[in-house]
Write a protein that binds this ligand. Sequence first.
Ligand code: G16
Length: 600
Amino acid sequence: MEFRSSVVPTTPFDDQKPGTSGLRKKVTVFQQQNYTENFVQAILDSLRDDLKGSVLILGGDGRYYVKDAAKLIIKMCAANGVKRVIVGHHGLLSTPAVSHIIRKRNATGGIILTASHNPGGPDKDFGIKFNTRNGGPAPDNITTDIFNITVSLESYKIVHDLECDIDAQGDYAYSVDGNEFTVEVIDSVADYVSLMKQIFDFSSLRNLLEGSEGQKPFKVLINSLNGVTGPYVRQIFVKELGASEDGVVNTEPLEDFGGLHPDPNLTYAAELVDALKEGIHDFGAAFDGDGDRNMILGKNAFFVTPSDSLAVLGAHLHHIPYFRTTGVKGFARSMPTAGAIDRVANAVAVNFYEVPTGWKYFGALMDANRLSLCGEESFGTGSDHVREKDGIWAALAWLQIIACEKKSVEELLVSHWRKFGRNFFTRYDYENCDAESCATMMNKLEQIVTSPVYVGTKIIHRNKSYVVKLADNFCYEDPVDGSITARQGIRLLFADGSRIIVRLSGTGSSGATVRIYVDSYEKDENVLLEDAQDFYVCFFLLACIVSFDLLVRNEVVEYQKPFIQYNTASQVVLAPLINIALDVTEIRVHTGRDAPTVIT
Ligand code: G16
């Protein structure tokens, strides 16, 4: 059938600047007349000469509005001269799967429909992200280009009556303005599963999970939080690796995530934490809406901080068949992530990089063959097998290491701390605050810390004192292309290696979210192993102490879920630094909040 494209006049929106990872807004914002159309047209226009004849991958995390947006994007691709759209069945593709398929099919890029870990539903969040030819999130120069196009857009192109059934797999061919346009609706999980089988030794993983040579089955509990990973998890963990049916939960992708907040941390994945506390399972993992974030727990809900997770993986990469083939080129972390991986990089003598928050900064290093493994404190871990972080990959990597080392999660952590020392880390998030006052807070803080006399200042909290060694607003120079990314977060680095970092999130859908990151390093074995030896009693006591400490200072922090903070040891060790951070930022004054929304 012959279709004709139309050019529809539009007027620009002034709020389509992509954040840390794409454009994220309320669904109702995207549903405004021409809002989604404008942003999609800007993405397509940013392809410039590559647009005509291009091949694009399209998929999302199954949240509300994904299907509507996917169908709209197909109509717009048809009208803009795209040659072929490869879309996931029902519009579903995880973010790492999109990255992989872009690379495997040598596509021009991909459009990912997700607001990641933000809640879904008609009055919740939606997002659109563009990934480039390397499979990774568009770098700053491209997102800036997209934004510049949005502010002067006068029309968009669409084929109104082209309806493609994305609920039926198959190849569909159309003629648009005399040119062939095809849509391929693919199995959402097949390509990704076969990639995982190339990276890991599935037969040893199966032996681990089912039990072999007199070993008991290693019981896992995987929680997809009703995000896109559900079908991937069922295929990999149940069908391929023999986990029991009840070893995977919330595996049906739902438009509102079944009311869950699909963010794998101790607060929002409390269901997994509570289940692991029962002591039945040896290993737990949860993933976010689009499948790129992960949280790892050991038996009895032993919490692995993302910074430690990265470091333990780095120290054991040789157990993963993929790296035995590719070699290990280097490690990297985002600037606010605690420096546990730094010491592993030093020990195994590989390149090490510190980049701004945002997975896009890792991509260039991977493309230049300088980087194999990287991670972020925001529950992101990944490798150069794709150009996105990858939740399921991280869980499989942990299981592969456990299968080889024959140690529990906790034993792996304890021996790691013994060898390398331990980084204590915590993050306070103040979500949905007034954007203007938060901007004022950041400017004021920048002025204070960058004043010439600030370095050398001694800051005292009760009996602890810290001397400022370096204070700045982090500026990154990409070692590959020399590009500069400035003002990526206020850093206060102290003489003893402790750090306070403050930045505004780039992934919220409304208002501003302030993130305060605090970390320190401990190598005194008595301190770093004390809580691990008597984990639960100690955590309870430590939690009481920190609450008392905060109370006596008349600073009552109301934890959303007191005592499920399994990393409470960090809260205690870091209490003086946390108080300094709250004071220096004047966070209460600027946000009007007595307590953070989430403590990680
Ligand atoms: C995105 C980026 C990550 C970043 C995270 C948090 O993750 O891909 O690299 O660490 O946002 O960003 P922010 O602190 O600015 O909110 P995701 O999982 O949301 O796509």
